[in-house]
Design a protein around this ligand. Structure first.
Ligand SMILES: *Cc1c(COP(=O)(O)O)cnc(C)c1O
Ligand SMILES: [Zn+2]
Length: 427
């Protein structure tokens, strides 16, 4: 994990143990800055750290004594050491729910857990990644935060910008769920609908970045993407710490761009290298909706490249037809012995209701995707029911109420006992 260049000594910004940006394709390193593509090969850049001064048991103690938020892991993130004292929305440390009822229903005997990220401040996992991006934005002197979003990211950026005192101007496809639009607009930043799908929005943002119109803007998932992406590692850290500093055997993770899945793997690898968990095999399974399943299709066909799709699914938060991290997701699923699978929209709805009925957790469509894929992989014998399995719910069902429209009153009665009895509800 130590960085073999003098990049760390030339950095003028303080982002903790983050030492340099390193190309995921060729390993070329550059100093920390608001750049995201390698100047040698155009490969994506990611953060390289210098963890060489950490002593395992000291680090564990420091983490355990830290705040009940992602900042307990600040030594492992690209943030300054005093990050917890700054104005931010403090996401993370969400519940790891032991889902015994769901386990019984699905026939899982090895322990089934739901990591419920609907409990974050803006009710999705995106608060974790935005919290990193905003520290990078501060370090690089940006005053406006922006992003292209399938909905949840726009809300997370709006809230984080409001708390930290940044201007925000974010871009979404014009036809998102009402819940997501309101959640993004209410924080008072500028919210722009683009006539097109997410991939069009993303292309627009890439243009804006190179234009004077977007000068001085920090785009959390474009020019701040290497920092942003690291926030997903905290899911891996929390899951292991909440399991008593143990790796789970199997994880089921949703895929939009694929960033989250790749960084969960990176987080698990770091815990192993740091000695915070015992080294043992784990499998990572990726979950998509059939209506936007480019990675799943490539996995099943045995391909290394991901052919873009035009998304058409109710799982709009996962509707990225051209996922930037798709090839890396394929590598990880294959290296760990996992898989990538997809489910139909009706199966997503059924899974949302299954999770709600068994565990009292109301997931957004992305959670329906992971629970639905878990069910399917168990039925197909791909997931091992005798192993410890963690399923991610990355968002709140209140944001995607349309998906379960038609779920409602059991009966309407007159306010008297006869009417109640007639409805067949008496004990
Ligand atoms: C953004 C998002 C994801 C995953 O996104 P990646 O681009 O794959 O990192 C998962 N679930 C929800 C609800 C999201 O909003
Ligand atoms: Zn490179």
């Amino acid at each position: 994990m130590a960085v073999h260049s003098d990049a760390s000594t030339t950095n003028s910004v303080d982002l903790g143990a983050a030492a340099a940006l390193s190309c995921r394709e060729c390993g070329h390193q550059v100093p920390l800055g608001p750049v995201f593509a390698c100047e040698e090969c155009f490969g994506p850049l990611e953060i390289a750290y210098d963890f060489s001064s950490y002593e395992t048991e000291e680090l564990r103690k420091q983490i355990e004594a830290g705040p009940s938020s992602i900042w307990r892991y600040a030594p492992l993130l690209p943030v300054p050491a005093d990050v917890a004292d700054k104005p931010n929305i403090n996401p993370g440390w969400t519940q790891l729910v032991k889902a015994d009822n769901l386990a019984r229903e699905l026939g899982v005997t090895g322990g089934l857990y739901v990591k419920d990220d609907s409990g974050n401040p803006t009710h999705s996992f995106k608060d974790r990644v935005v919290a990193q991006a905003i520290e990078a934005a501060r370090a690089f002197g940006f005053t406006t935060l922006s992003c292209s979003s399938t909905g949840n990211l726009a809300g997370a950026v709006g809230a984080a910008a409001a708390r930290a005192g940044f201007r925000s101007c974010v871009f979404i496809p014009h036809d998102l769920e009402q819940g997501k639009v309101v959640m993004a607009a209410v924080y008072g930043g500028e919210l722009v609908g683009i006539e097109g799908n997410y991939d069009d929005v993303n292309r627009f943002c890439s243009e804006l970045i190179g234009d004077p119109a977007g000068e001085g803007w920090g785009f959390v998932n474009v020019n701040l993407r290497p920092y942003y992406a690291e926030g997903s590692k905290t899911l891996a850290y929390e899951i292991c710490e909440q399991l008593g500093w143990q790796l789970p055997d199997q994880l089921v993770v949703p895929i939009a761009s694929g960033s989250q899945l790749t960084k969960i793997d990176k987080g698990l690898q770091e815990l192993i290298k740091l000695g915070l968990v015992e080294d043992k095999p784990y499998k990572i399974f990726g979950a998509q909706a059939e209506g936007c399943s480019p990675v799943s299709v490539a996995f099943k066909a045995g391909h290394d490249v991901v052919r873009p799709q035009k998304p058409d699914t109710i799982a709009k938060s996962l509707a990225i037809g051209n996922p930037a991290d798709g090839p890396y997701v394929l590598d990880i699923a294959r290296r760990t012995g996992g898989a990538v699978e997809d489910v139909t929209d009706p199966q997503i709805v059924e899974a949302i209701k299954l999770l709600a009925r068994t565990e009292g957790i109301f997931a957004e469509t992305a959670g329906g995707v992971t629970v639905g894929v878990t069910k399917k992989l168990l039925e197909n014998g791909v997931l091992d029911p005798s192993l410890t399995t963690v399923v991610l719910n990355t968002g709140d069902g209140l944001k995607t109420l349309d998906a379960v429209a038609g779920t409602g009153l059991t009966a309407t009665i007159r306010p008297n006992l006869d009417s109640f009895r007639e409805a067949g509800l008496a004990s």
